[in-house]
Design a protein around this ligand. Sequence first.
Ligand code: FE2
Length: 432
Amino acid sequence: MLDILIKQVHLPDGPKLVDVAISGEKIAEIAPTIEADAQEVIDGSGCLLAPPFVDPHFHMDATLSLGQPRLNNSGTLLEGIALWGELKPLLTPEAVIERALRYCDLAVSQGLLSIRTHVDVSTAPLVGVEALIDVRKQVAPYIDLQLVAFPQDGLYRAAGTEENLLRALDLGVDVVGGIPHFERTMADGARSVTRLAEIAAERGLQLDLHCDESDDPMSRHVETLAYEATRLGLGDRVVASHVTAMHSYDNYYATKLIPLIAESGMHVVPNPLINITLQGRSDTYPKRRGLTRVPELRAAGVNVAFGQDCTMDPWYSLGSADMLEVAHMGVHAVPMTSREAMAWAFQSVTLNGAKSMGLPDPTLRKGGPANMVLLQARDPIEAVRLKATRLAVIRSGKVISRTPPRIATLDLSGRPDNVNPADYAPVQHTKS
Ligand code: FE2
């Protein structure tokens, strides 16, 4: 007997309805019709069954701390960093763990089951590191949580930061982080990229740098990162996060740079919710949007994945662990509104995110792990449009979260009385 049989769902890559059978922790079969007994039968009703969402860029040590010890009045990146500096001495392991676990509960409810979080290693003691190592262990049955050793205040701006970063790696943090544009000088920034890349190479680790998160057209550390990724053979173990300055680069320079990024094999992770709100703050009008050159990077063959970055913290007052909201903002802010590009936005918060984190391809297939989310939408574009309700979230063959479908009951004389948002569009698929 099967454990779960999901009837009549669409998969992200095609218009045909299929049944999906789950046995134990694996997908036992995907076929147009499966006739078998099951412990639980879920009526898919033509909804979209997709791999779980992936967030390749987050800050879990800061999440849900909004207002502590005060709010960010200017809304800028720099005031956010200063505010985080005020909060850090007040952190306790218990408080960090409690906030992180609450966020992970929210993430599960949103079908978000793989998260890469940066954790600040600028100052000792490493409260956030020890807390998030504990959280990583607690959530392991349902969330793949990767930790990045992130020197928020710069590798070279304060004495002892490199020692703290190395100690965090010794404690079991997974990935080497950095922030070259926040070092004191461009030269220090470039030096930090080289040093951090060498640490990653020596230890056989991945490297994920906040890179050129600014409007400054002269912030060009991504060039050094691509060079080091190639020189040290790090290739697809490298992520350049944000890269917002690329929107301000001279077009000629961008045409030289993007092939170097593609050649290096590294990934690029923009964070649309945060980029659109933090960048362009010193502009009058017109104001820059702050998103990196997503279509051009894609055209060059670079793997691009959108990240969430922040939820209710010193940098961003909103957010809800909703990667469809992230994709939705990406579509608007890039902008990228062709059918192909909107379907790609869905892929960017599922398959591309997993690739950037070095995780196995999560595409739903026979014999693969039974990790998936059932969405109240019929295809990826509709999922992005509606920020669709997560009807069921399945991890290792078990339903770990359920949400009722969003159906409004109206009270209008002479009108139909039920409104299901997924009834309001023709079925459109990725190949259209
Ligand atoms: Fe970040």
